[in-house]
Design a protein around this ligand. Structure first.
Ligand SMILES: [Zn+2]
Ligand SMILES: [Zn+2]
Length: 253
């Protein structure tokens, strides 16, 4: 059997090549299947599911989710109007894992892909709202350095390029550390973010209509608290945009 050994080596090499190709080929960030085209982070099935399932929402009340055509009467501290909110999609388990990949694993390519998908749906609505400044929900400088980026900055930058409004990264500051909201109960979330935001330059806020940008809205506690800081500094109107929103009515049920 003089040809047996070389044949075996050849077959083993093919097997190893196949195994290496399987291991090294990129996986879909949504379902983990191997991707045929590695220029997109999601497979066609996951991408089409996002396109088909999510058509955008808003304006709705940030807290009670009532359509803003209906005056719900929600106020911040019984003083300031509750912001209207626009968002791209519901905070499903798939969306949660995608946004976590973007935010906590630093997958900027995936984040950029999701933001583009969201703005394809939302850009027309966003271009109609009053907006003189776009303000991302800030991280503390230390946290931003640690993560390497602020996901809300990236969303705000893309919105700014579409609706042609300036982004102000220095208008709102996070002045206290907070625990991760995802691990807290609804009541703990409200306490966790209380008084964590501040406006230094009141003149740059007074009388302005502001679009406040966040990645995820769950109870609305963070966006509400940031809006309170903006309104108390004299903002005329605050509107919120988020990539995803959890339905608090379903959570309550
Ligand atoms: Zn997939
Ligand atoms: Zn309301």
């Amino acid at each position: 059997m003089p040809g047996f050994l070389p044949e075996l080596i050849k077959k083993s090499r093919f097997l190893l090549d196949d195994l290496f190709a399987f291991i090294s080929s990129p996986l879909c960030s949504g379902c983990g299947r191997n991707l045929e085209y590695n220029h997109l982070p999601l497979c066609d099935i996951c991408r089409l599911r996002l396109v088909n399932d999510f058509h955008g929402e808003g304006p709705v009340c940030l807290i009670c989710h009532a359509p803003q055509a209906i005056a719900c009467g929600c106020l911040i501290d019984n003083r300031y109007p509750m912001p209207s909110m626009f968002y791209w999609c519901d905070y499903t388990e798939t969306v949660k894992s995608l946004i976590h990949g973007f935010k906590f694993q630093g997958d900027i390519r995936l984040g950029s892909f999701l933001i583009d998908m969201a703005l394809n749906v939302m850009s027309e609505r966003l271009s109609k709202i009053a907006c003189e400044k776009i303000v991302p929900i800030p991280l503390r400088p230390k946290d931003k350095r640690h993560r390497g980026f602020n996901q809300s900055d990236l969303i705000a930058e893309k919105i700014g390029s579409i609706i042609n409004a300036p982004i102000d990264l220095n208008l709102l500051h996070k002045i206290k550390p907070t625990r991760l909201q995802a691990n807290l109960s609804a009541k703990e979330r409200w306490l966790n973010v209380k008084d964590v935001f501040a406006v230094e330059d009141i003149d740059s806020v007074r009388g302005k209509s502001i679009l406040l940008v966040d990645d995820i809205v769950t109870t609305g506690a963070t966006s509400r608290e940031a809006s309170r800081a903006l309104y108390s500094a004299g903002a005329l109107k605050v509107t919120v945009f988020a990539l995803a929103c959890a339905d608090i009515r379903k959570q309550a049920g």
